[in-house]
Design a protein around this ligand. Structure first.
Ligand code: PHE
Length: 486
């Protein structure tokens, strides 16, 4: 809504009437370009100069419901019933089914219809649909009893309406046209000094509308900074769709592994398959799975290419680590430290702490003769920079790491050890088929982004930070995240 047009409409109306109750009358709400916030802004600025007075009013108004609007077009249910009747008549059961139980009763009470030999037939010559007439008119003029009846029949419903009552203020007659716009011309000809012109130099500026970082992104940035400070390079994780090959097979996860089954993995329907790995490498992977090699017995089963080609939503970012390690081996191995933070998908039962999609933070170190001691050292340093310096490791199992360790951290508020992540040294059955030199060890660890975010923001339900029920104000109002690194 244009400010000048609004002002002229406002004053034209106020000159005639002392107060305005309903802005709809002066064509504001029906203007498709009008913006309620703008209008309130214009009104408030006049109010601050005492040109007008505003009173905020909450009221309950009776309005037509969707059913009521239908009566305006098609008539009341009893009229519809009457109009459809032919000489043959209609059974009461059919009438109830088509027009609702009350249509028959009302039409009968009004003397429009009667029942003859079990059939409803017309009794009146013609009818006047008073319900339709009532609903087409001004609802506020209806008798209360009738109105109540229409509410019961759900033709009329109550709606809460709020609006401003606008009336003339003390300074109404002294208003000048340009009260708040300071233009170059006004400065040049000194007209800004005019009696009624006031500039409020203490007024706060308009709060700029801006984007806000999601808490997960704030924590993600902190993690990212820690990885970068420790000399890690970020891996390209922008593909949510993977094939089974990179997500599982390249990682030496057997094809009958439970994680691959439907209960854990989302499969893609279209395109169902993909094949973006070299045949020679796939052959080496097949060998190590089915008959072993590199000093390993393998998993000993019939490895199938079709299974590896199935497209899925990646279940972990380790799929990307596998791609990167393969690439590293192809380009001539160099020691590397990689990290990634991105989304993964699992077909899990949803509850307060689990969603079907979440984010993983992953670190990978590849170098000659790395030991478990290095892994423990790097992980300890990583968590220390997050402000967690009391951590423990527990032996665990992963199909692609050996040894594997779960990482636990002491939670000073919960006063117990909580699981932070998973880690291990990648198995030779995974690295050697890629072409990684055999004196190179690759250590890695992974954790979820959601858990530390929930701890950091004091939340106990994951749905408060992720998904469709999240409150936008929560994002706007939360502070930035800083880990107290030690
Ligand atoms: N990919 C593992 C997971 O999904 C985490 C992990 C990463 C474990 C790297 C070991 C090494 O939980």
């Amino acid at each position: 809504m244009n400010k000048e047009i609004f002002n002229s409409k406002l004053f034209e109306k106020l000159d005639k009437d002392n107060s305005i109750e309903n802005s709809r009358e002066w064509g504001i709400e029906i203007d498709p370009t009008s913006n309620y916030n703008d209008i309130v802004g214009f009104l408030k600025s006049w109010e601050s100069l005492n040109t007008i007075q505003l009173e905020y009013i909450d009221s309950i108004q009776n309005c037509l419901s969707e059913v009521g609007k239908d009566v305006l077009i098609n008539g009341s249910p009893e009229a519809k019933l009457y109009n459809i009747l032919t000489a043959e008549g209609m059974s009461p059961a059919d009438a109830n089914k088509q027009f609702g139980a009350t249509a028959f009763g009302s039409a009968k009470n009004k003397g429009w219809i009667e029942v003859k030999q079990g059939k409803i037939v017309k009794k009146a010559e013609s009818i006047i649909d008073t319900v339709k007439q009532d609903l087409s008119g001004d609802l506020s003029k209806l008798d209360n009893k009738i109105l109540d009846q229409y509410k019961k029949s759900r033709f009329v419903e109550e709606k809460k309406m709020s609006y401003y009552r606008v009336s003339k203020g003390e300074q109404y007659n002294k208003r000048s046209k340009e009260l708040s716009d300071l233009t170059v011309e006004m400065l040049k000809d000194d007209s800004w000094e005019k009696e009624n012109y006031k500039v409020n130099i203490n007024a706060m500026g308009v709060v700029p509308e801006q984007g806000y970082r999601h808490p997960l992104n704030k924590v993600k940035n902190e993690f990212k900074q820690i990885f970068l400070d420790m000399g890690f390079e970020e891996m390209p994780t922008f593909n949510f769709v993977e094939n089974g090959f990179w997500n599982f097979d390249a990682l030496f996860q057997p094809q009958q592994h439970p994680a691959r089954e439907l209960q854990d993995t989302f499969f893609i329907k279209d395109p169902k398959t993909s094949h973006d790995f070299s045949d020679e490498y796939a052959e080496r992977v097949k060998q190590v799975h089915s008959v072993g090699g590199y000093g390993s017995l393998g998993w000993v089963y019939d490895w199938k290419l079709e299974e590896a080609e199935k497209n899925i939503l990646r279940t972990h970012t380790t799929a990307v680590s596998a791609r990167m390690l393969y690439k590293l081996a192809q380009n001539g191995f160099k020691p590397k430290k990689y990290f990634s933070i991105d989304r993964v998908f699992r077909n899990e039962t949803l509850d307060a702490t689990h969603l079907a999609e979440f984010h993983q933070v992953e670190g990978v170190i590849a170098d000659v003769d790395i030991s478990l001691g290095h892994l423990i050292g790097v992980i300890s340093e990583f968590f220390k920079r997050l402000g967690i310096d009391n951590i423990r490791f527990k032996p665990a199992f992963n199909p692609y790491t050996e040894p594997s360790m779960e990482i636990f951290g002491y939670h000073p508020m919960l006063k117990r050890w909580v699981e932070l992540g998973n880690s291990g040294i990648f198995r030779p059955e995974l690295l050697l088929p890629m072409g990684i030199p055999d004196n190179v060890r690759v250590a890695a660890w992974g954790l979820s982004l959601e858990r530390p975010t929930m701890i950091k923001y004091g939340l106990d339900n994951i749905r408060a930070i992720f998904g469709n029920s999240i409150n936008v104000n929560f994002i706007k109002n939360n502070p930035i995240c800083m880990f107290e690194s030690k």
